[in-house]
Design a protein around this ligand. Structure first.
Ligand code: XMP
Length: 525
C-alpha cells in the first residue's frame, strides 16, 4: 500500500487517483498523524506528501511525522511536501509573497530513477524537459545533506531533488494534475519502479475493500438510501447491498418527471434482478399538484427538491431501525460543496441534489463513493454487475423533466416529452458514426428533448394542425461547465424529427438547439 499524507491541498484526491491508476492501493490520511500510526502500517511500500494551500511558514503549518523518514520506504514530496521534506532534513526554504502559478517548463538534471527517460521534449543541448503545472510561493533554496538536484526552472532553481540512497524524491510542481503532461508516467515510475508495487490492484480489489469498510463502519445497523436511478446512487446502492444485504433499504421516489419507463427499469434492475429492498413511491400526483401554476425555473427546482426531501423523510421515519443515511456523493461533489461553502459558487442554477438531505434525520452519513471520480464510479458499477447501459448513461438532472418543460409543468406535457425524448435517444443509440464506429449516444455527453409550450401551425394529410414544439439538444463536453452543441448528422436529425412528428400525437414541429455553453446553458431552464 501507498500512504498519502494530506497537508490540505485541493488536489490530494488526484494523487490518490494517479496511484490507483498505477495499480496500487492507497489511503489518504491527515498530514499530522502520529509516528506510531506510521510505524503501525503493515505492507507499507511508499509514502507521498501532498501539497498544501498553506505556507511552511504559517503558524499552523503541519510537520511531517519524523517516522515518515525513518520508515525505510521511498517518500515522494509534492510542493509543500517537498518544502517540508527539505526543512526537516536540513535544507533551507525561503518564503515569498510572490506566487508562481501555472504552466512551466522544467529541466531534468542528471540521472534519477524518477525522471530518467521521462520527458516532453529535449532542448538543443539535449536536456530533457517536462511541461508541468506549478503553484507555489515558498521554495527550497538549499538542498538537505545527501540530496542532489533533480529539476529546475529559471525562477525556481531547485524544482526537484532526490536522495536516491534513501529513496527520497521531491518535486515543486504538481505531477497529479493533468496539466503536467507526464504526471501519470511519474506516478507509475514512483509507485511501481521505486516503491516496488506490482501494479495489480484493480476495481474488483477495490470492491472487496469498500465492502469490508462498509461492514466495519455500519456493523449491524440499518441503512437507508434515496435511489434515483442515476449512476452515483445506483452504484452506491449496489455496493452497499453487496456489503450488508437486506440491512439496506432504498427509497425510490417517482416524481412523475422521469423518462419513459424509467421507474419500471429501476425496479426491474434493482429489485427483481439484484434483489434489493426498495420502497417505490409513486408521488407524481403530489409533485404535479404542488407544481401547478408555477412557472419560474428556480421556484420549480425548490418545490421539487423540498417535496423530495419531505417524502424521503416520511419514509425514513417509518424505518425506525435505520441509523445510517447512504449517499452517492462522489469526489467532485465534495469539491463542489466545499466551494459553495467558501462562497465561490456562482449560484447560476441551484442543483438540489448537491448539499443533500437534511441533518434533522439524525442519521449518520455513509458515503462509500466519496473518494472516487465519475469514471471510477462507472468502472465500479460494471465490476458490481450493473448493466453497462445504465452505468454509462448520460446524466439526468434531479428535477428531471421539470426543467425540460418550459414554464408551467403539466402531466400532458410530460407525457408528450417522454415519448419524444425516448425516440431521440433510441435514434442516437441506433446511429453509428462510420469514422469512429461509435453510436451517437456514446459520442455525445448529454442529449434530450425540451418541451416548448407554444403551438405552431402544421399540415397533416389534408388537415391543418396546431400543436406543440419540441427542441432536440445534444452536447459534447468533458466537464459540463462549457459545452458545444453536437454536430449530429443531418440524416439522424431528419429521421428523429420525422418519427417524433409522426408518432407523438400533439407535436407537429421539431427544432435542433445550436447554442453553446456559455452563453447558453445545457438545460433550457
Ligand atoms: P446547465 O444547464 O447548468 O447544466 O448547463 C449542467 C449540468 O447540470 C445538470 N443540471 C442539474 N442537475 N439538478 C441536477 O441534479 C439540477 O437542478 C440541474 N440543473 C442542471 C444538467 O443536466 C447538466 O448535466
Amino acid at each position: 500500500r501507498i500512504l498519502i499524507l494530506d497537508y490540505g491541498s485541493q488536489v490530494t484526491q488526484l494523487i490518490a487517483r494517479r496511484v490507483r491508476e498505477a495499480g496500487a492501493y492507497c489511503e489518504i490520511h491527515p498530514g499530522d498523524v502520529s509516528d506510531e500510526f506510521i510505524r503501525s502500517q503493515e505492507g507499507l511500500k511508499g509514502i507521498i506528501l501532498s501539497g498544501s494551500h498553506a505556507s511552511v511558514y504559517a503558524d499552523d503549518a503541519l510537520q511531517v511525522p519524523a517516522a515518515v523518514f525513518e520508515a525505510g520506504v521511498p517518500v515522494l514530496g509534492i510542493c509543500y511536501g517537498m518544502q517540508a521534506m527539505a526543512r526537516q532534513l536540513g535544507g533551507v526554504t525561503e518564503g515569498s509573497d510572490k506566487r508562481e502559478f501555472g504552466y512551466a517548463e522544467v529541466r531534468a538534471h542528471g540521472h534519477t530513477k524518477l525522471l530518467d527517460g521521462i520527458q516532453d521534449f529535449a532542448t538543443a543541448e539535449g536536456h530533457g524537459m517536462l511541461k508541468v503545472w506549478m503553484s507555489h510561493g515558498d521554495k527550497v533554496t538549499a538542498l538537505p545533506p545527501g540530496f542532489k538536484l533533480m529539476a529546475s526552472t529559471p525562477t525556481c532553481p531547485i524544482a526537484g531533488m532526490a536522495d536516491e540512497d534513501r529513496g527520497f524524491y521531491a518535486v515543486q510542481f504538481h505531477p497529479e494534475v493533468t496539466h503536467t503532461v507526464q504526471g501519470a508516467a511519474l506516478f507509475q515510475r514512483f509507485v511501481r519502479d521505486i516503491c516496488g508495487c506490482v501494479g495489480d490492484w484493480n476495481m474488483p480489489d477495490y470492491v472487496e475493500e469498500a465492502i469490508a469498510n462498509i461492514r466495519e463502519q455500519v456493523g449491524d445497523e440499518e441503512v437507508i438510501l434515496a435511489l434515483s436511478g442515476g449512476v452515483d446512487s445506483s452504484v452506491a446502492a449496489a455496493l452497499i447491498h453487496q456489503a450488508i444485504g437486506d440491512k439496506l433499504t432504498c427509497v425510490f421516489v417517482d416524481h412523475g418527471l422521469l423518462r419513459l419507463n424509467e421507474a419500471e427499469q429501476v425496479m426491474r434492475t434493482f429489485a427483481d434482478n439484484m434483489g434489493l429492498k426498495i420502497i417505490h413511491i409513486d408521488a407524481s400526483d403530489r409533485f404535479l399538484g404542488k407544481l401547478a401554476g408555477v412557472t419560474d425555473p428556480e421556484a420549480k427546482r425548490k418545490i421539487i427538491g423540498r417535496e423530495f426531501v419531505e417524502i424521503f423523510q416520511e419514509e425514513a421515519a417509518k424505518l425506525s431501525n435505520a441509523r445510517w443515511l447512504a449517499q452517492g456523493t462522489i469526489y467532485p461533489d465534495v469539491i463542489e460543496s466545499a466551494a459553495a461553502k467558501s462562497g465561490k459558487a456562482t449560484g447560476i442554477k441551484s442543483h438540489h441534489n448537491v448539499g443533500g438531505l437534511p441533518e434533522t434525520l439524525n442519521l449518520k452519513l455513509l458515503e462509500p463513493l466519496r473518494e472516487l471520480f465519475k469514471d471510477e464510479v462507472r468502472k465500479l458499477g460494471v465490476a458490481l454487475g450493473l448493466p453497462p447501459a445504465m452505468v454509462y448513461r448520460h446524466p439526468f438532472p434531479g428535477p428531471g423533466l421539470g426543467v425540460r418543460i418550459l414554464g408551467e409543468i403539466k402531466r400532458e406535457y410530460a407525457d408528450l416529452l417522454r415519448q419524444a425524448d425516448a425516440i431521440f435517444i433510441e435514434e442516437l443509440r441506433n446511429t453509428v458514426d462510420e469514422e469512429t464506429g461509435k453510436n451517437w449516444y456514446d459520442l455525445t455527453s448529454q442529449a434530450f428533448t425540451v418541451f416548448l409550450p407554444v403551438k405552431s401551425v402544421g399540415v397533416m394529410g389534408d388537415a391543418r394542425t396546431y400543436e406543440y414544439v419540441v427542441a432536440m439538444r445534444a452536447v459534447q463536453t468533458t466537464d459540463f461547465m462549457t459545452a458545444d452543441w453536437a454536430e449530429l448528422p443531418y440524416s439522424l436529425l431528419k429521421r428523429t424529427s420525422g418519427r417524433i412528428i409522426n408518432e407523438v400525437r400533439g407535436i407537429n414541429r421539431v427544432t435542433y438547439d445550436v447554442s453553446s455553453k456559455p452563453p447558453a446553458t445545457i438545460e433550457w431552464e
